[in-house]
Structures are given as C-alpha cells and as structure tokens.
Design a protein around this ligand. Structure first.
Ligand code: 3PG
Ligand code: MG
Length: 407
C-alpha cells in the first residue's frame, strides 16, 4: 500500500512549515480549549525538541461567522499543552510573517495568523492552482519541509492543505499518522469477528450515507439519535417526526428511500431502539416502549434503558466498534444514559474501538471515562465520515503523492 512519510523520516535541522487543525469552539470571543490542542501539542513538542525551526499554520472559523477570529489565543493554549513557547505573528505570509519566520532559531515555534484571513486559502481548487498562489509561492521558499498534521481538515482542498506538498518534501505529523490509521481501519482492515457501528447524532443524512456505504464491512448497526428515530418511523412507529424540533421531517424526505431499502434488504443488520426517553411533566427522565407510542407528542431525547441493555452484549461480542454520533442528548445528564452506557460497554471490552466526531468524543471527558480505554478517539468530524466510507481525502493524497514523487 502506498503511504506517506512520517516524522521518523524528517531529516535533522529543518525549517518546517506545519499545518495543524486548531479550529475550535469560540464563546463570546474566547477560544475554548479542546482535544485538538493537546493532540497537536505532541507533534509540536517533538519537532521543537528535535531542534527544528517550526512555523505553524491553522484556520479558525470561516469569514462571516463569529468563530472567525485571530489565532492569538490559540498560541497560548498550544504553548501550555506543548510545554514550549509558541510565538504568534499577526500575519500569514506578509512581510511581518516572513521576517518572523526568518528569525526562528533551532527549537523555536511560531504560529502564523489564521490562514482563512488570506484570500488565497479558501477557494476549493486543484493543488496546482493553489501551489501557484501568492500564499504558497511566498512561504514555500522559506522552508525545507512541510508537515501536515491536520487530518481533520484533510477533506478540504485549501491552499495550506494541498498547495505546499507540490513545493516541499512533505510529511505526515503524529496526529495525521494516528488518525489516518485508526479511521481507515474500517475500510482497510480485516477483523476476525463482528464489526459494529454505533450510529447516532443529529446529522442523520451523513450517517445514513455511511450505513449504505458500509453494508459489506459492518455486521451490526446500533441506532440512536435522529437516524434511529427515522428508522423507527420507517418501521411504522409514530416517532421521528418534528414536534418541537426541525431535525426530522426534512432529513426524512431526504433519506426515506434509502432507509426503506436498508430496512427491507438488511433488517437483520440494523438494531433499533425498543424504548425511548423523554422529559415528563415534572422535568424528569421518563421512558416509553416504542410499541406503546400511539402518537408523537413530545421529543425523545435518548434511547431507553432496555435498548441500552440490548446494545451492550452486541458491543461486548464485537471485534471492532466504530462510533459515529451520540445516542441521545448526552450534554443533559438525564439523557446521557444511552451514549454513556454504550461507550462504557466499549471501554470495558478489549475490542478495537474508534470514537469519532468532535461532539460524541466530548462525552468521554464529560462523564469521566478514560480515553485510554478506547483504541482511538478521533478529533475529526467530516474527515472521519469520509474515511469510514473509504472516500479519499485530498490533503492525504497529496502527502502520499509527495512521498512517491521524491522516492
Ligand atoms: C473542522 O473543524 O471540522 C475542520 O477544521 C474543517 O473546518 P471547516 O468545516 O470549517 O472547513
Ligand atoms: Mg476498550
């Protein structure tokens, strides 16, 4: 199998340009610390300790959104995790940025400003076109090597992700390496026993696409969240409709045909909830068997306890479990039973396990589970979905191509 080069192959004393994914939640202008910082910190510490001159690039938000902010705060958060100083320069490839890059000594780390503040970054373009942009043409000559650690942004064809590999010897950072291996496992690895996929969350359209693409690879799908209710709706239960939400009807229209065909052709592959949880008149968690739902009058916020009990043994008997999406609104402790129950069952077994999607993996920290009990907790969302279905990631392809061209 063709592959990319890793930091193990990076020559000594390089001037390295490193692409990270530090895209983070921002609340009232304050950047929220999250796994992306702690993960990338390891790559940075390794490069700094090895004595390379390190310039970092990353994006934050998109123009027009309130998450579109400077990376100044990111530098401090990153420094704290990495245990090395991270300087910040308020430019991406202007004169100040280039001067700061030229000023780097061995072991220094510098973070350049939000790549999406340049006009060259965002348009989805072919690598050749990006490689000819001012952004890439200006920065590339200042470096000996390019390291891409931004697996979670690798589905984007942006300048900082696909332009530089055409100009510089390119390497995968540690996060890129780990994420790539774990997230492609479902598409590339052969497992001896059953492969189970936990499918939930609110983006039903995404996960239903994954289910369709993975029918040969996955033995059992355990459903919850919005997709779970839509499947129940297809099985003629009066659930999966919008009462006080706007999550169901539109995604039903978009996926009805696929859902019906999955249920018709492979119903034994799909495990649906036998009970659901909702908030009763006293604000307490209450549960109802799906057979007893006569009419949908309130929102369901979690799978029920019987369903968790049905799902646990399936998890325990699996050789591999991949999680995409939460089974309920776990942020509210009353409705965390499904998500936490299934994650704990995964943690307790020694199956190969990957938990993907920024949101779901937050439940692990929130409810005091140990990340080490999972084979991999991914920091990727869109890239994780694409990896599961075996869709190539442009920025990863470029790393592989760079390794082949230089070989
Ligand atoms: C992410 O946060 O999922 C990646 O960084 C990609 O960001 P984008 O969806 O704004 O392109
Ligand atoms: Mg485990």
């Amino acid at each position: 199998m063709s592959s990319f080069r890793t930091l193990d192959e990076l020559p000594a004393e390089q001037r390295v340009l490193v692409r990270l994914d530090l895209n983070s939640p921002v609340e009232d202008g304050v950047v929220q610390d999250n796994r992306r910082f702690s993960r990338h910190a390891e790559t940075i510490a390794e490069l700094a300790e090895a004595g390379h001159r390190v310039a970092l690039m990353a994006h934050q938000g998109r123009p027009g959104r309130d998450t579109f902010v400077s990376l100044e705060q990111h530098a401090d958060i990153l420094a704290e995790h990495a245990g090395v100083d991270v300087d910040f320069v308020a430019g991406t490839f202007g004169d100040d940025a280039v001067a700061a890059v030229r000023d780097l000594d061995a072991g220094d780390v510098l973070l350049l400003e939000n790549t999406r503040m340049t006009d060259d970054e965002l348009p989805e373009k072919d690598p050749e076109e990006h490689a000819a942009s001012d952004f890439v043409e200006t920065l590339a000559p200042e470096f000996d090597a390019y390291v891409n650690d931004a697996y979670s942004a690798a589905h984007r064809k942006h300048a900082s992700l696909v332009g530089f590999p055409l100009k510089l010897p390119s390497y995968a950072g540690r996060v890129m390496e780990t994420e790539y291996e774990a997230n492609t496992a479902i598409a590339e690895r052969e497992f001896d026993g059953d492969v189970t996929m936990v499918v939930g969350g609110t983006k039903a359209t995404d996960v239903i696409g994954v289910m369709e693409a993975l029918d040969e690879k996955v033995d059992r799908f355990l459903l919850g969240g919005v997709a779970g209710e839509l499947f129940l709706r297809a099985a003629d239960y009066p659930v999966g409709e919008d009462v006080d939400t706007e999550l169901f009807d539109e995604q039903w229209d978009a996926n009805e045909e696929t859902i019906r065909s999955v249920l018709e052709e492979r119903s034994e592959q799909v495990a649906l909830a036998s009970d659901l949880a909702y908030e009763d008149a006293d604000g307490e968690r209450a549960e109802v068997a799906v057979d007893d739902v006569v009419e949908k009058t309130q929102s369901f916020l979690d799978i029920g306890s019987d369903t968790v009990a049905d799902y646990e043994p399936i998890v325990r008997d699996s050789e591999a479990v991949f999680v995409k999406g939460a089974l309920g609104v776990f942020e509210d402790e009353r409705f965390s039973v499904g998500t936490v129950g299934v994650l704990e069952a995964i943690a307790e077994t020694d199956c190969f396990s990957v938990v993907g999607g920024g949101d779901t993996s937050r439940a692990i920290t929130m409810y005091g589970m140990d990340e080490d009990d999972f084979s991999h907790v991914s920091i990727a969302g869109g890239a994780y979905i694409r990896a599961l279905t075996g869709e190539p990631l442009p920025a990863v392809e470029l790393l592989i191509q760079s390794a082949e061209t230089d070989a």
